[in-house]
Design a protein around this ligand. Structure first.
Ligand code: ME8
Length: 656
């Protein structure tokens, strides 16, 4: 840890630069809040931190999104960059820099980098023949495809042939492989295997780095019909933001190489293979660490702008506050793995951890301190062994949290802090201050209150990088001491005297059922608006013939659908829906909830005990706020009312 101000160690951390093609969602918030917590932690731990985020504003997707709105690309990205900055202000993001790829200095530096690499022979002109994934704007060779589809997003690819410039990635393959396999450069470890097996060992081909099919981008300075494509334009943002290739302000020498690039797994390839190779070609030092976290999933699918399954952080923070959303993202997500987002999990995390554990500890302690001592509590005259275990847990916290943050295992760090909050709540119940008051044991009562205030102070101090509002209020209005800007007083006994006040609760307990209904209503309103915006009449138009045969599928494709017999065990109407019933079915191994549009054909009781044909491996989907874990096959007659197909056999039997 750096201690002397004039001799601070530096720490440079980055998020990806997000595409300025639509509103950001809680997936983007996740990366940005994680980096923010790490940046704030490192600043408080004595480092001179530079935290960079920004926007990726060139490319076909942006050009198309602007055209769809009928505005010029630059006006379009200006509006989105403002909106993104507003979101980061809302989320209390403490970034030191915000780079836009349309910044003049960045554009000039990229053109120079391109020329330099060309002159060096690491970029050359040729013709691309292969496969192209339009949504990812990526070229692929046949061998890189997975099941004939784009290995990044799984969508269809098409044949492509185009004259373009290539970056000589193949030249750096051996050095990159060594970097990945012989150092801790890429984390978590599982990503190393993915990169080596899926990309490096399959052979690194040179990378097409220009396009001529659109023109919204930085032109190749010596061949302007070509536009420098996203990765050569975007990845060097991490150095151009520090002044590389432009007017130097000392930041490049001070902060480069970067300590940690953070992103989700789908762009780890670019950060751990392409970016080091570009830096090798530029003969620059390599970043120290690339961390690829998991995805926030929604209804079994990656939350993403293009899939429209996004959750709006403005709405969530309006309703529950910034601390709640920051806490949920930092705590709930297993860093490295995916997180399945549900409104229920958000609301119950808020209620359990924020309102109950933290909120109640602070409320109860401050109220008792006021009531018993008019807020005036002092350090014990003599040490009491009964408090030794609690004091040791408080004392040991900083080291454990620091070790987790270095990895970084942010959820684990929060788990440790909340472990001590939990201990403090148990300490209240074990020591029963109200009984000490009754029996008149004022000295012990003072010592118990002191231990609690120390516990709150140290945990609130450690929470400052994670939650940006409530811990400050704990210091300012509750403990009545200055908000610390480091961790130097994270020791039991560091403050000797208190004159406490009282503060408003962090949040009132949420009525989860009511909130779920409210969130569904808001989502339905937003979806309604989105549908209306979808190319006007087309969204409302019925297909000409709904019962036209579907396209042919092969027998192998058909057998991907796993059909099984299930038994209906319970059934009820879905409130506010005329068509839907909620069923509990037994599938041979477990019970599942299924929502099915068969209410016009059956009363709920009629169905109990019947067999049905279950699509066993269908992705869960939410209908009327209920997650349906499969689908029941039906047929409908002339009246167009769907009725269940009732197969013979036992629950779990295969249907084929
Ligand atoms: O890829 N779960 O930009 P992008 C977790 N411009 N994180 C998510 C997420 C989810 N469901 N959805 C998005 C680009 N993210 C390029 C990057 S960098 C030189 C260029 C976060 O707008 C996550 O960090 O598609 C992911 O890697 C990033 O947003 C992708 O943002």
């Amino acid at each position: 840890m750096a201690t002397k101000k004039e001799n601070k160690k530096t720490f440079y951390i980055t998020t990806p630069i997000y595409y300025a093609s639509g509103a950001l969602h809680i997936g983007h918030c996740y990366t940005t809040v994680c980096c923010d917590a790490i940046a704030r932690f490192k600043r408080m731990d004595g480092y001179d931190v530079f935290y960079l985020t920004g926007t990726d504003e060139h490319g076909q997707k942006v050009q198309e999104a602007a055209a769809a709105k009928g505005v010029k690309p630059k006006d379009f990205v200006d509006g989105l960059a403002d909106r993104i900055k507003t979101l980061w202000t809302r989320m209390d993001i403490s970034n030191d820099g915000f780079i836009r790829t349309t910044d003049e200095a960045h554009e000039k530096a990229i053109a120079d980098i391109f020329t330099k690499l060309y002159e060096k022979g690491d970029i050359y002109k040729s013709e691309y023949v292969g496969k192209y994934c339009a949504p990812c704007e990526s070229f692929w060779t046949e061998s890189q495809l997975v099941d004939g589809k784009c290995p990044d997003c799984g969508r269809e690819v098409k044949d492509a042939k185009e004259e373009c410039y290539f970056f000589r990635l193949s030249k750096y393959a051996d050095r990159v492989k060594k970097l990945l396999t012989e150092t801790d450069f890429l984390q978590p470890d599982s990503r190393v295997k993915e990169m080596v097996n899926n990309f490096i060992d399959k052979g690194l081909s040179d990378l097409a780095v220009t396009r001529s099919s659109f023109d919204w981008g930085i032109k190749v300075p010596f061949d302007p019909k070509h536009v420098i494509y996203v990765w050569i334009d975007a990845l060097p943002n991490y150095i151009t933001a520090l002044g590389y290739g432009g007017k130097t302000n000392g930041n490049f020498d001070k902060y480069w190489p970067c300590d940690m690039h953070v992103m989700a797994k789908e762009i780890v390839r670019f950060h751990s293979i392409v970016w080091p190779a570009i830096l090798m070609a530029l003969e620059l030092p390599l970043p120290k660490r690339v961390y690829g976290h998991g995805w926030i999933m929604f209804d079994g699918d990656k939350m993403s702008k293009s899939k429209g399954n996004v959750v709006d952080p403005f709405i969530l923070t309006d309703r529950y506050g910034v601390d709640s959303l920051r806490y949920y993202l930092l705590r709930a997500m297993p860093f490295g793995d995916d997180l399945s987002y549900t409104n229920e999990s958000l609301l119950s995390t808020i209620n359990n951890d924020i309102v109950n554990d933290l909120g109640n500890l602070v409320r109860r302690t401050l109220a008792m301190s006021k009531q018993y001592f008019d807020g005036k509590v002092t350090a014990p005259k003599t040490k009491d062994e009964r408090d030794a275990a609690f004091a040791a847990a408080v004392d040991g916290l900083i080291e454990g949290v620091r070790a987790d943050m270095d990895k970084p295992l942010i959820g684990k760090a929060l788990e440790k802090i909340f472990g001590v909050i939990d201990l403090a709540n148990k300490y209240i119940d074990a020591n029963k201050p109200w009984e000490l008051k009754k029996t008149g044991d004022t000295e012990r009562l003072n010592d118990v209150m002191y231990a609690l205030l120390e516990g709150i102070r140290v945990t609130a101090n450690l929470l400052l990088p994670f939650l940006t509002k409530y811990p400050r209020r704990i210091f300012e209005g509750g403990l009545n001491i200055q908000v610390p800007d480091d961790f130097s007083a994270c020791r039991f006994g560091a403050v000797k005297k208190y004159a406490t006040g009282e503060i408003e609760p962090i949040l009132n307990r949420l009525d989860i059922k009511k909130e779920l209904v409210e969130l569904e209503k808001i989502a339905a309103e937003l979806n309604g608006k989105a549908d209306k915006n979808k190319s006007g009449a087309a969204a409302d138009k019925k297909p000409e013939k709904e019962d036209a045969p579907a396209a042919e599928v092969s027998i192998d494709e058909f057998f991907k659908t796993d059909l099984r017999v299930c038994k209906i065990e319970a059934c009820e109407k879905v409130e506010k829906s005329k068509k839907l019933l909620k069923l509990t079915v037994f599938d041979g191994t477990r019970r599942r909830t299924i929502v099915s549009g068969i209410a016009n054909a059956y009363a709920p009781d009629e169905l109990v005990g019947k067999n049905a044909a279950l699509v066993y491996n269908l992705k869960p989907a939410k209908l009327c706020g209920i997650v349906s874990e499969g689908m029941l096959l039906c047929s409908s007659g002339a009246d167009d009312v769907p009725r269940l197909i009732e197969p013979l056999g036992e629950a779990g039997d295969k249907i084929c």
